[in-house]
Design a protein around this ligand. Structure first.
Ligand SMILES: Nc1ncnc2c1ncn2[C@@H]1O[C@H](COP(=O)(O)OP(=O)(O)OP(=O)(O)O)[C@@H](O)[C@H]1O
Ligand SMILES: [Mg+2]
Length: 594
């Protein structure tokens, strides 16, 4: 676990009595807690309980129904986006990072973009790549660079590791472990949280419980609290029953012996029972979700044959990512499709799905094979529809006709609430959306499933349940995942995507070794304290326009920048910037006559 590098703790944000009602349920009741400098908080809780919403409250984008949020003047909060805004897709990496600054502050900030890109693991020659051509892992690093441009001292991150391959995940962990600011990170990845946090917030039953412990220990401590609560409640229940029984008996005696005193006593004991019930320790609400996937075995020797397939990104058919000579998938095959971000795993699944109806050609499914596809971007679910309509529409794509009543029943069984049926898909949390797609897919009892990172949004219990379901799955599946534990638990055949094509290896470890051997290494994270970034006056005028004093100040600033950069490891230096700085230094020196 990362060490606490803070000195004196200063409150950055303080919440008092926060309550919030979403349209269909209450998310928070009387939540009071704070974020201080030096806090490295993991924020956990099951799907749909309100973590992302609470981040919105902290960032000031969502207003609570009750309570106050006070941000200290020193607090400079930045949120790491979950998806890259669409308007940035056509910009270059450099432009997209610069875009994070307010328009009037972008002049003379190219140096800062370059420093930020280097800090987030990019090479200088990648700065001109268009954002739409970046891989999932690169986009996460770009979003981090954007968040850091305003030099925050408090970072809010919502499931930043969801789409990352292992090297990028390790890079992110190292980055956060070295970052000297405060952060709050929502994640369902306990192993990652254990490595980088010193505090945990557990959101359960509309309350946030704070522990000065990393995730696994905090969950254990939370369980102990709940266990103690259950025991207290059981003892209180026993006492309530005893008083209740006594009250009944005394009331009977009062009637039988026509004794007013006894009747009065019985009445007062009944009131005591009511008071005891009102103040009784609340029971922990049950985990709301249920996940089950139905399947069938197809009596056939092969479900899918891929032969001489050229795999391309869906939108750019003339680009070849790699070629597959032959791959045969039989019923019962549990295939892991592995490889680094951006190599073309999703492209292969999308290509198979797009050709699902072809009888001849490079991708041929068994004619009776019922196929299901879990698309990583969850685009198969129509955003504008309500839950039942979305299920029916997804069923149609899979060739399954579902009725409204059937869908409602299935949704309730899966854990959605009755009053959620009318909710639009676009308003679902990430995990709820993922659960809705899994539920829709499982209505078809498929023989083969193409699963593209299905665990990304699922909470800890959901992941475990999906693993159990896949182990029991009677059909076959091809699974893309970066979660080693999940892969090892569920798969029996292992394919690695390389630039040369698809390589089958005998076990998971051999696949990881192959991926690691073909992976370009990131520069190590050396300096993540972004407040260290030397910040020239944001409206720095050109050298000729400076007064002598300003010129000297600028000269000192430039020499500092140059010196700091030269102290970095060679790989992390910015020769391009050094050249610029040197040129400016020369001009200033000649102008100032020094
Ligand atoms: N506009 C809305 N209309 C209806 N319900 C909403 C709306 N916005 C959010 N919700 C509901 O509020 C709940 C909390 O959502 P939120 O995204 O905060 O959950 P989360 O804890 O981040 O979940 P996950 O782990 O799946 O990301 C969800 O049940 C969601 O469906
Ligand atoms: Mg969320």
């Amino acid at each position: 676990m990362a060490t606490d590098k803070s000195k004196a703790k200063i409150p950055l944000i303080t919440c008092n009595g926060i309550a919030l009602n979403a349209p269909n349920k209450t998310l928070f009741e009387n939540v009071s807690l704070g974020l201080n400098t030096g806090d490295r908080i993991g924020f956990i809780g099951h799907n749909g309980c309100g973590k992302s919403t609470f981040l919105g409250i902290l960032a000031g984008t969502i207003k609570p129904n009750e309570g106050t949020i006070a941000a200290a003047r020193v607090a400079n909060v930045s949120c790491v986006e979950q998806t890259l805004p669409e308007r940035l897709l056509r910009l270059s990496l450099h432009e997209a990072v610069l875009d994070a600054l307010p328009e009037d502050k972008r002049g003379w900030m190219d140096w800062k973009v370059e420093v930020m890109l280097a800090d987030t693991g990019f090479d200088q020659n990648q700065a001109s790549i268009r954002c739409e051509d970046l891989s999932g892992g690169q986009i996460t690093r770009l979003m981090l660079a954007r968040a850091l441009m305003n030099e925050p001292n408090l970072l809010l991150l919502d499931e930043p590791s969801n789409h990352l391959d292992l090297p990028t995940l390790l890079w992110l962990e190292e980055f956060l472990a070295n970052w000297e600011g405060t952060f709050l990170v929502v994640s369902h990845d306990a192993a990652m949280l254990d490595r980088i946090t010193n505090k945990t917030w557990v959101l359960r039953d509309r309350q946030i419980h704070s522990f000065d412990l990393a995730c696994t220990s905090a969950l254990a401590a939370y369980e102990n609290l709940e266990e103690a609560k259950r025991a207290r409640r059981a003892a209180e229940e026993k006492e309530i029953r005893r008083v209740e029984a006594s009250a009944k008996r005394i009331a009977v005696w009062g009637r039988v012996y026509d004794n007013e005193d006894l009747s009065r006593k019985a009445k007062s004991m009944e009131k005591q029972v009511d008071r005891m019930r009102d103040t009784q320790t609340k029971a922990v609400e049950a985990y709301p979700w249920n996940l089950s996937i139905s399947s069938e075995t197809l009596e056939a020797d092969r479900l899918l044959v891929i032969k001489d397939l050229r795999v391309s990104p869906v939108a750019v058919e003339d680009v070849t990512l790699y070629e597959i000579n032959e791959a045969i998938i039989a019923p019962g095959d549990r295939i892991a499709l592995l490889g680094a971000n951006g190599l073309g795993k999703s492209s292969l699944l999308k290509c198979c799905w797009a050709r699902r109806k072809e009888e001849f050609g490079p991708v041929v499914f068994h004619p009776r094979c019922r196929l299901a596809f879990y698309d990583q971007s969850l685009n198969m679910l129509p955003d504008h529809m309500n839950l039942t309509d979305a299920m029916i529409a997804t069923g149609e794509i899979l060739g399954v006709h579902l009725t409204q009543t059937h869908c409602e029943r299935a949704l309730i069984t899966a854990g959605f609430q009755y009053n959620q049926m009318v909710q639009k898909v676009s308003c679902l949390s990430g995990g709820e959306r993922s659960r809705l797609l899994l539920l829709s897919l499982s209505q078809g009892s498929s023989h083969l499933m193409l699963l593209d990172e299905p665990t990304n949004h699922l909470d800890i219990y959901g992941r475990a349940e999906l693993a159990r379901q896949l182990r029991q799955f009677n059909g076959g599946f091809i699974l893309v995942s970066h979660d080693r534990h999940f892969i090892e638990e569920t798969c029996s055949r292992f394919f690695t995507v390389t630039k040369q094509g698809l390589v089958e290896v005998t076990n998971a470890q051999a696949a990881y070794d192959l991926i690691e051997a073909s992976q370009p290494k990131f520069a190590p994270v050396e300096r993540a304290k972004h407040t260290e970034v030397r910040k020239p006056d944001e409206t720095t005028p050109v050298a000729e326009q400076l007064s002598d004093d300003q010129g000297l100040e600028r000269l000192i600033e430039l020499e500092d920048l140059l010196e700091t950069d030269l102290k970095r490891k060679e790989k992390r230096q910015s020769p391009h910037l050094q050249m610029k700085w040197r040129q400016e230094i020369d001009i200033l020196k000649s102008l100032l006559g020094v």
